[in-house]
Design a protein around this ligand. Structure first.
Ligand code: SF4
Ligand code: SF4
Length: 388
């Protein structure tokens, strides 16, 4: 049975957050638990979510006050702390500075690593992926504590503890993984292997302000007042998805792969929730990014054919927010095959050739102004394979 601490925290005030996190660790086993988690002299790596260069306090990134509260506790066990991430787009250092994380880190003598130095390694007992280039800092750390943000996600439905570690892949190499794993099911298996590879030890999920709707970058903030902590990434995510409205965690692609591959705890009877009750913390009217079953066929040809008829697609939102910046074109892993920029009424806009689209939704994820959303096909809607 995996233990997960579920805490209610209504504000981003560092003293309040520190108190809450201490309560969480107390529920999990207190000082002895922390000593085991962070052995004396260990190299600790904190991995916040820095998806892109965002203002401090933005619901896109882990809040700097959560980060500070974590540091205050961790440094009682180790003084050797580094933090870092590789954003989906943009410079890691700028993302750390703008989000307020760098300023906090400097005050506590926490080092920064941009995750640009990579190491080539093998994972022998993988589910799917044996050969890797990953950021050296998380791979070589003794203890990896992931600090995800609770958000919706167009491809994975939800991003939390498991998905946050995708940032351990450096920069543009992320696009390569999307191309190699066009099937969402394989992509999720890859995420599990990546977590095994970097050996993520603990997760503290920032859901004080979560993101609903068109996440993980352009959704709306949702005041959820929630922090979820635990050693098992999938158990933390299972609690989170059930709180936002997926009563069955197996309806989310990553947790379905966790369950099918016996990677970790997912089902409610495998997880002991301590602290607040699930019932009292359930989010009301939370706007999901997607729901319904995914679709997977052994034949890639059949799968590609049916994708066109069933899967949601990236489309421009109706309110004409597009500023013609070309970022969608730039981040698309299927370079030159799907997105071309065309002039409409004198303005540059993306146009999609959907037959080559692998539905990774990187364009939707990284559009700086939220001009792209996911749209369901009529047949997909009828069959319950819905986008928003
Ligand atoms: S859709 Fe978004 S990313 Fe693409 S050109 Fe327009 S503003 Fe830029
Ligand atoms: S168009 Fe968008 S969803 Fe399709 S492959 Fe490119 S980035 Fe992925």
């Amino acid at each position: 049975m995996e233990k997960v601490a579920l805490l209610k925290c209504t504000e981003y005030e560092v003293d309040v957050l520190e108190k809450k996190l201490r309560e969480g660790f107390e529920l999990l086993g207190g000082d002895d638990y922390l000593r085991k988690l962070i052995p004396e002299g260990s190299k600790v790596l904190l991995k916040p979510n820095m998806l892109s260069v965002e203002q401090a306090g933005s619901p896109v990134v882990t809040h700097y006050a959560v980060f500070e509260a974590v540091i205050r506790i961790v440094r009682e066990y180790s003084k050797d702390i580094t933090f870092g991430d590789s954003p989906g787009f943009g410079d890691s250092r700028k993302a750390a500075e703008k989000s307020g994380l760098m300023e906090v880190a400097k005050r506590y003598d926490v080092k920064f690593d941009p995750f640009t130095d990579t190491v080539h390694v093998k994972l022998d007992d993988s589910i799917l992926c044996k050969s890797w280039d990953v950021a050296r800092a998380p791979y070589e750390a003794d203890v990896v504590i992931t600090l995800p943000k609770l958000k919706t996600h167009a491809m994975a439905y939800f991003t939390g503890a498991v998905k946050n570690q995708f940032g351990c892949i450096s920069g543009t190499q992320k696009a390569g993984w999307h191309t190699r794993m066009p099937d969402a099911r394989n992509f999720c298996k890859m995420l599990l292997d990546l977590n095994t590879l970097v050996g993520t030890n603990f997760a503290i999920l920032d859901g004080v302000t979560a993101m609903q709707g068109n996440g993980p970058k352009n959704g709306e903030p949702y005041k959820m007042d929630t922090i979820i902590m635990g050693e098992c990434m999938s158990a933390v995510d299972s609690v989170a998805v059930r709180l936002i409205g997926y009563d069955d965690p197996l309806k989310t692609p990553t947790l379905k792969e966790v369950y099918d591959n016996k990677w970790g705890a997912v089902l409610p009877d495998e997880i002991e929730v301590v602290g607040e009750s699930m019932e009292s913390m359930k989010a009301k009217n939370f706007k999901l990014a997607r729901h319904g079953e995914g679709f997977h066929f052994t034949s890639p040809v059949v799968s590609k054919f049916l994708s066109g008829m069933l899967a949601p697609s990236p489309v421009l939102t109706k309110d004409d927010k597009c500023i013609g910046c070309r970022r969608c074109e730039e981040v698309c892993p299927e370079q030159g095959k799907v997105i071309t920029m065309v002039k409409i009424n004198g303005k540059l806009k993306p146009s999609w050739d959907m037959k080559n689209c692998i539905r990774c939704f990187c364009c939707q994820e990284l559009c700086p102004v939220g001009a792209i959303e996911t749209k369901s096909t009529t047949l997909g809607k009828l069959l319950g394979m819905s986008g928003r």
